[in-house]
Design a protein around this ligand. Structure first.
Ligand code: SF4
Ligand code: SF4
Length: 483
């Protein structure tokens, strides 16, 4: 039966991206978001099918003239067909299904306050590109709203065995008393609902104290510190209202945090801006001088005409430095050590997990942001924005607004992405950045496509090399993080 059906097929090549690693050849198959190693016979098959319209019988015949038995040729064609490297000639390009309605929530970002004690010029909450409309809304979340938020998470995550709460701001630690109360309440509720719960927070570190650090360590709360490098770079934009840089205040606190908080990795998150693009020097300072376990970099989200916007040339320089750190990451991986450059680790984890995204991130899907008022937003960056609100924790998600956000943000809605091999990982990029740049959360972030494809190709080569030379190292990336 199978032979009869396959015998009538005419093939073309599916979408894939070919790359080398560790002396071997691989393909990244777009339809599946999966990686396959090619042997000589598979490479021959790809060459033979390159022009499309290849009938099954003729493909098998050509393979046998290159040395395969008929049985092996049939098996190879079948294997390639099922891995979507070969597809039916007339088939339409693959499109990803929508996630099912009522997709359960897994993560909540709670903005405990929209107030901050720093005045970073580039801040997406307060800067020129802000989307928030906080006027007339509470500045600090209260306990009642926080409890309602936790209850909403537990109800919306009904089929999940684990949930996550990320504490955010403003400056999160300006509402530390509430954070402590939420941890107590949410842990009780998680236990009552039979769920595991994980906490993390993002902070500018100015308000860290030994007592706060003890609490974070005791409750295994993951910490991400927003920090832009050594003093000359960090203090360019991460300043107090009087213009004074914050480096000298936070550096000793960060060192104490890293020394005392041993239960979770401590991460630095660097916002790259014009003049703050010296990636290797920043990495060395944060990793080696201060001792962060992981350091991740992201370009500032801004419209292109802001003074602190990096620009295309600056991003090319960033990419060169990313490549230098990526090479180091690979050397470490081949020795079985973690390097700490999280931009590689995060992409490798997605590759190991075979991620194939309908949406660029979990925003509005498995993840929501909640503002001090209890308004629900797609993620923390849209909190307090009337335009993007999608319900309230006391009444639940507004299904129509959520559907509109998800429909527009779906990769199938982004014309330019439909032929891009990097779409299983990128899916058009951050909704918030798209809104700031193009005024539409569903617009593809076309200003960085070449960059994304180059970086994805770099990470694929690293993946290929590690899988060829030290495959066991990749196992630690297999556990899927929450959406
Ligand atoms: S935004 Fe660009 S890089 Fe990303 S999937 Fe779309 S076309 Fe590809
Ligand atoms: S929309 Fe952007 S900022 Fe929000 S969760 Fe997604 S990637 Fe992050």
């Amino acid at each position: 039966m199978t032979a009869t059906i396959s015998g009538t097929r005419t093939y073309r090549l599916g979408e894939f991206h070919q790359f080398e690693g560790g002396g071997r050849t691989f393909v990244y198959v777009v339809h599946a978001g999966a990686i396959f190693e090619l042997d000589e016979a598979a490479e021959t098959l790809i060459r033979l099918a390159r022009n499309g319209g290849t009938a099954h019988e003729s493909l098998v015949n050509d393979l046998t003239t290159s040395g395969l038995t008929i049985a092996d040729a049939e098996e190879l064609v079948e294997e390639m067909y099922h891995s979507h490297l070969l597809v039916d000639s007339e088939s339409a390009p693959a499109r990803l299904e929508n996630p099912p309605a009522g997709f359960p929530l897994q993560s909540m970002v709670m903005n405990l306050t929209n107030q901050c004690n720093l005045s970073c010029e580039y801040c997406y909450e307060f800067g020129a590109d802000k989307v928030a409309t906080p006027e007339g809304k509470p500045k600090f979340m209260d306990l009642e709203t926080a409890k309602a938020s936790v209850d909403f998470l537990m109800q919306s995550a009904v089929s999940r065995s684990a949930v996550q709460i990320t504490f955010f701001g403003g400056e999160t630690l300006m509402n530390f008393p509430l954070l402590k109360q939420v941890v107590t309440y949410a842990s009780e509720q998680a236990a009552a609902h039979g769920k595991r719960i994980d906490y993390s927070l993002t902070t500018n570190a100015t308000l860290l104290t030994p007592a706060i650090i003890d609490f974070l360590a005791e409750h295994k709360i993951g910490v991400t510190v927003s920090m832009d490098g050594p003093p000359d770079l960090h203090d360019k934009l991460r300043v107090f209202a009087n213009g004074k840089g914050s480096y000298d205040i936070i550096a000793p606190k960060v060192k104490l945090l890293i020394e005392k908080h041993r239960t979770r990795a401590i991460t630095a998150r660097v916002t790259m801006t014009s003049g703050v693009t010296d990636v290797v020097r920043i990495f060395r300072h944060l990793k080696q001088d201060l001792g962060f376990h992981e350091v991740g970099f992201a370009p500032v989200t801004t419209s292109p005409d802001r003074l602190y916007s990096i620009g295309e040339k600056g991003m090319d320089g960033v990419l060169n430095q990313f490549h230098a750190l990526a090479e180091e990451w690979l050397e470490y991986a081949l020795r079985g050590e973690m390097h700490g450059f999280s931009n590689v680790s995060e992409t490798i984890a997605e590759l190991v997990q075979g991620v194939n995204k309908s949406h660029p991130c979990g925003a509005g899907l498995g993840l929501v942001g909640v503002g001090p008022s209890g308004d629900i937003a797609p993620c923390h960056r849209f909190v307090d924005s009337d335009q993007h609100a999608m319900g309230h924790v006391s009444t639940g998600i507004d299904a129509a607004k959520q559907a509109d956000f998800l429909d527009r943000g779906h990769v199938n809605s982004k014309y330019e992405c439909s032929t891009c091999w990097a779409r299983p990982l990128c899916a058009g990029g951050c909704h918030h950045e798209a809104f700031v740049r193009y005024g539409d959360t569903g617009h593809a972030n076309l200003h960085y496509c070449d960059w994304i494809r180059d970086w994805t190709d770099t990470c694929l080569k690293i993946y290929g090399t590690v899988s060829a030379l030290n495959p066991g190292f990749l196992e630690q990336f297999a556990e899927r993080k929450a959406l």
